[in-house]
Design a protein around this ligand. Structure first.
Ligand code: MGD
Ligand code: MGD
Ligand code: MO
Length: 735
């Protein structure tokens, strides 16, 4: 497969037309894409009350391939009852993620029992009663509640409140495998866990850093902002071990000049080793200070930790820095020069930064750089984690975390007049470990693919199989439904957000809350997420009452909570910064959450100052002569564990069972391009993997596709954010 010269462009346009055909015609598809609902894919966010394909500044059309893929997937036909008699989990296990997704929409509850070995359709009443019976029979801390980031604020809020009143804090979301290191890191820097900027700030910046991410594929809407920045003479510095086509050149489909001629994106592209960012960022900071290009006044007035950082930079040698990042001093100088020259700088990053055993330190090192030049606390500059799922940030905001923020805890207690549990809740991996050890017995997943997203797939399968019962609220089939089977597994089909009978809200990565109108259902059968949650809570309450157990659930009239408007009233009272959501049904006014974007020098840290952090540099992993560092990444044609296409367009790769290796490493490891080899990772092996000679990756480093390669990845976590090191899997090869 030949690699295109730029990302986006005619490929994207041709693709839209093909997708429209699959969806049953252009107008039908257009109407769906233009409906007043927040986009279903990434958290950059578009759609909502201004209509689909519009961003928060009103720009139209903003659209990307994956939002179309997600839409077409939801517009599929239904999986009929006969399917379940013909195909059991054993058949489903033979299917690829792509084939599973294309089986169609889930429209009836199904129940799997280990003894029968198959899924059988059951009534809603039956399914919900089984779950409620089980929940009432175990102690609350024997259960866990996993949330993906696609569901609405209303569903997220309602389910976490249900779990707490039921009696457990084992509540967590996919962010533990995603941006948790950003949230934890940012909180140590500014006192707030989210982006310090809004979309408008990028339009005022004259330099944007894109560190450890591939927004050309994963957040294509950001590419217009980067193109505009280059057009007004600004710069984009990319830090990434792999040269991504679309970060070099991108054709923004909605811009004629860009579509015809392409737009240059990176003005400087630097390739550190995988895991070398901390050393590189430290090097830039050291150079900046050596050159006296830091902002002494800002640091003195608004930052803490300068003396410790200064001493640490001083004692860290250039030999150590260059060896551990793999970049040369001239490269570090080139970045420093550009940074020192720029007036307004936005630092953006994604999984190349967070998916490491030192993910939080990486984020802090980005914070250091920003603070050294006073790039936090004013318009046009700041920190911007580019989030994953369309509502992953909202899910976190409304309390889907093991430990609630103090303010939310207190307001929940006083608003509902309840007593919340105070036991320590488990993060996602702690739930998996607990399941494996038999400490957890029942789980409920609001969307997502808990099995597929986990490192060490063999362990994940084993751990889930120990559970007495696991329930998935899903829209389509994924590998979790095939491999992530508890003794009793229930799938409940739910509506996508543009099929909801009443409005829902979502929060973008810019802390902007959008209102989705919902829309007509596409199939009979699936239910609204909030309806399912409210119904289940009411059943558990009744069963608990029969046994005179925990009165907490009785504090809420769960039937009234089927109405998302009623849930919003509670969110307005309980979640700080969300007051405006109480009026949104009347005003339709979407809003910026208060207290998060920093356009002045007031920070919610105890001393009101931003914090610098001094780090010693961890060893570079995987440096032995027979080792290779492997990053596990997404292709253009997938959304997380859901694979839409087996080829990777922009990297020019035609299959997924491959390892992308530099020719230097082919020679060093004694393998030939196109040869099939075994990859030996810390958690397992993959056989028959084809070697693809890939000149665009920094030698010493390789890439493979997630989720398939999760059999290789170890369960090692970043100690402070509990995020796995998905991007640094030290592997060996066997013939
Ligand atoms: N099309 C599409 N869009 C998506 C998704 C999807 O699956 N498909 N998923 C969504 C979600 S949940 C998320 S979290 C985001 C993910 O968005 P990204 O983080 O962009 O996705 P990854 O494929 O994980 O990519 C990691 C990038 O980091 C680089 N990288 C790997 N290791 C390192 C390192 O050590 N240092 C540096 N500097 N770079 C490194 C890789 O070369 C690659 O370019 O995208 C969201 N949007
Ligand atoms: N090796 C490796 N592992 C990784 C990563 C990596 O880069 N490398 N990335 C990690 C990251 S960043 C993330 S975010 C996780 C992904 O973790 P998850 O969020 O758990 O997984 P997804 O694949 O996004 O979940 C997709 C499923 O969600 C369901 N779904 C879709 N829309 C809806 C909806 O509206 N409501 C409900 N209830 N369900 C819906 C569908 O059934 C679909 O199959 O994986 C992580 N795992
Ligand atoms: Mo993610």
């Amino acid at each position: 497969m030949k690699k295109p010269k730029s990302g986006g462009g005619w490929f994207a346009v041709a693709y839209s037309l093909r997708k429209a055909r699959e969806a049953g015609g252009f107008w039908k598809f257009w109407k769906a894409m233009r409906s007043k609902n927040a986009c279903k894919t990434c958290a950059l966010g578009m759609g909502g009350q201004r209509g689909g394909m519009v961003n928060e500044l009103g720009h139209f059309p903003e659209v990307c391939k994956k939002s179309m893929q997600a839409m077409v997937a939801d517009m599929q036909g239904a999986i009929r009852s006969e399917f379940w008699t013909k195909f059991g989990p054993r058949h489903l296990q033979q299917l690829s993620p792509r084939e599973l997704e294309h089986c169609g929409r889930l429209v009836e509850p199904v129940l799997y029992m280990a003894e029968s070995g198959k899924y059988t359709p059951v009534s809603w009443d039956d399914a919900l009663d089984r779950i409620a019976t089980k929940l009432a029979a175990v102690t609350p801390d024997e259960t866990f509640w996993y949330f993906s980031g696609r569901s609405s604020n209303e569903a997220g809020f309602l389910l976490q409140v249900f779990a707490r009143l039921y009696g457990t804090n084992n509540v967590n979301n996919c962010s533990y495998y995603c941006h948790q290191a950003s949230g934890v890191g940012l909180t140590t820097i500014t006192g707030s866990g989210t982006a310090t900027v809004e979309l408008r700030d990028i339009d005022r910046a004259d330099l944007v850093f894109v560190i450890g991410g591939n927004p050309a594929s994963n957040h294509p809407r950001l590419m217009r902002s980067l193109m505009d920045l280059r057009r007004r003479g600004g710069e984009v510095i990319v830090i990434n071990p792999l040269v991504e086509t679309g970060l070099v050149n991108f054709s923004v489909p909605s811009d004629v000049r860009s579509l015809l001629f392409g737009s240059k994106i990176a003005s400087l592209y630097v390739q550190p080793h995988i895991g070398g960012d901390l050393a590189l960022l430290t090097g830039i900071a050291k150079r900046l200070v050596e050159n006296h290009q830091h902002d002494e006044q800002f640091i003195a007035q608004h930052a803490s930790g300068w003396n410790e950082l200064n001493a640490q930079l001083d004692s860290t040698t250039w030999e150590e820095i260059t060896a551990k990042c793999g970049c040369t001093l001239p490269e570090i100088d080139a970045i420093t020069e550009r940074y020192a020259r720029a007036k307004n700088v936005v630092f953006s990053w994604t999984m190349g930064i967070t998916h490491h055993a030192h993910g939080v330190l990486n984020v802090q090192a980005i914070g250091n750089l920003a603070i050294l030049r006073g790039m936090i606390g004013r318009p046009g500059a700041g920190l911007m984690p580019i989030r994953g799922h369309s509502n992953v940030q909202g899910i976190g905001s409304v309390g889907v975390t093991p430990k609630l923020k103090d303010a939310i805890f207190e307001r929940l207690q006083s608003h509902f007049g309840v007593q919340l549990p105070t036991t320590a809740g488990r993060d996602t991996m702690a739930c998996m470990t607990g399941a494996n050890q038999g400490e957890l017995r029942v789980g409920l997943c609001l969307g997502g693919n808990l099995y597929g997203s986990n490192p060490d797939a063999t362990f994940a399968k084993q751990a889930i199989s120990q559970l007495d019962q696991l329930t998935y609220l899903s829209t389509t089939l994924n590998t979790g439904h095939a491999h992530g089977l508890a003794k009793e597994t229930i799938i409940l089909p739910v509506l996508a957000r543009d099929e909801e009978p009443s409005a829902t809200t979502q929060e973008s990565m810019f802390n902007y809350v959008r209102l989705s109108d919902g829309g007509p259902r596409r199939h009979e059968g699936p239910r609204s997420e909030v309806e399912v949650i409210a119904d289940l809570a009411e059943r558990v309450r009744t069963k608990q009452a029969e046994r005179n157990a925990s009165p907490q659930l009785a504090a809420i009239d769960w039937r009234s909570m089927r109405d998302t408007g009623a849930i919003r009233q509670a969110i307005a009272k309980v979640i700080p910064g969300f007051e405006a959501i109480g009026e949104i049904d009347r005003t339709k006014q979407e809003f910026q959450i208060t207290g998060r974007v920093f356009h002045d020098y007031h920070f919610p840290t105890p001393d009101g100052r931003v914090n610098l952090h001094a780090h010693t540099l961890p060893e570079l992993a995987g440096t032995a002569s027979d080792e290779i560092r492997v990053m596990t990444i997404r292709s253009e044609g997938q959304f997380n564990t859901v694979v839409y296409e087996d080829y990777d367009l922009y990297r020019g790769i035609d299959a997924r069972d491959v390892i992308l290796l530099h020719s230097d490493d082919c020679a060093r490891l004694g393998v030939q391009p196109e040869e099939r080899i075994t990859i030996v990772g810390p958690a397992g092996k993959m056989f028959g993997i084809r070697v693809v000679a890939f000149p665009d990756i920094r030698p010493g480093n390789a890439a493979m596709y997630y989720p398939e390669c999760n059999v290789l990845v170890s369960r090692e976590l970043d100690p402070s954010s509990k995020t796995p090191a998905f991007k640094c899997v030290v592997c060996k090869v066997e013939k």
